[in-house]
Design a protein around this ligand. Structure first.
Ligand SMILES: Nc1ncnc2c1ncn2[C@@H]1O[C@H](COP(=O)(O)OP(=O)(O)OP(=O)(O)O)[C@@H](O)[C@H]1O
Ligand SMILES: [Mg+2]
Length: 269
């Protein structure tokens, strides 16, 4: 058991007993295939939740190739590598994103140590995430691509796992592989599918249907559809300009799609 204390923006409300955290607080964003929009979605979802008045921590769990700070144009003074190496406490590497109103634990890109974290260090991070759930309304975890054990072991068995895919067969196959392995690690997960970069709703629904049919037939797992996000040229624009989507293009189609997913999460809470 950990006794981490995580400082929230409303003050130091550190608590012990992370096991007492309610499951829905931790929202894991994962995909299998790379480049399907996980990080952009995790940022925009966190922003939408914060705009709805929720206290949110966004955690960069892409340990070797972290880039939440890059997408947001931030230059954090501290990052997760210090917590992993034990030179700083977990709560002391939290950065506030002034443009969005949520807090961030930034990662460290290109660090060999972060790319090869040990099992005990992953356990430390998991404890930090669970402890954060006692202080924040939502803790959003952006994972790296792939299905390696290091990625899966950071994913928690509490709270929804948002599996991001596109309509590409390779993305669907990798999303299925991820669900299969996560289910094998810890049965009973709450899998919710986000179909991103869709040309239209019908394409999103077809994609979800293919993935959920495979999961039901072969794994006896029934994922839910979290939402369909349309392909939107404004997404690339926000990333190039390192500005949050909901700030730069709040009325854009993809912004609306993510805001809807955030509303559904809040309604279910
Ligand atoms: N709805 C969308 N419409 C158009 N482009 C999108 C959309 N979502 C994401 N993208 C584009 O997809 C690219 C990859 O996004 P992002 O870095 O968030 O993916 P990722 O899954 O986190 O990648 P990685 O696996 O490398 O971590 C970006 O260039 C972004 O502009
Ligand atoms: Mg990413």
């Amino acid at each position: 058991m950990t006794d981490y204390k995580i400082r929230s923006r409303s003050g130091d409300q550190g608590m012990t007993h992370p096991e007492a955290m309610t499951g829905r607080k931790l929202i894991t964003v994962a995909s299998g295939k790379g480049g399907v929009g996980k990080t952009w979605f995790a940022i925009t979802l966190s922003h939408a939740l914060a705009q709805a008045g929720r206290k949110v921590l966004l955690f960069d769990g892409d340990l070797g190739l972290a880039n939440i700070d890059i997408q947001l144009g931030l230059n954090p003074s501290h990052d997760l590598s210090e917590a992993v190496l034990g030179t700083r406490k977990f709560e002391d590497v939290v950065t506030r994103s002034p443009d969005t109103g949520f807090d961030i634990v930034a990662g460290r890109s290109g660090s060999a140590r972060m790319a090869n974290v040990r099992h005990d260090q992953i356990s430390l991070l998991r404890h930090g995430l669970l402890a954060a759930g006692q202080v924040y309304d939502h803790v959003v975890l952006d994972l790296g691509a792939g299905v390696d054990r290091s990625i899966r072991s950071l994913a928690a068995n509490t709270g929804p796992t948002m599996v991001v895919t596109t309509e590409e067969p390779t993305a669907i196959t990798d999303a299925y592989a991820l669900i299969k392995l996560l289910h094998a690690d810890r049965p009973g997960g709450d899998f919710r599918v986000v179909v991103n970069m869709c040309k239209g709703r019908a394409e999103g629904e077809r994609t979800f249907s293919k993935l959920s049919t495979a999961c039901e037939n072969f794994l006896k797992v029934k994922p839910r559809l979290a939402g369909i996000i349309l392909r939107d040229p404004n997404v690339g624009d926000t990333i190039r300009r390192q500005t949050p989507m909901l700030k730069r293009h709040p009325l854009s189609q993809a912004s609306n799609d993510v805001a809807r997913i955030a509303r559904d999460l809040i309604a279910a809470n």
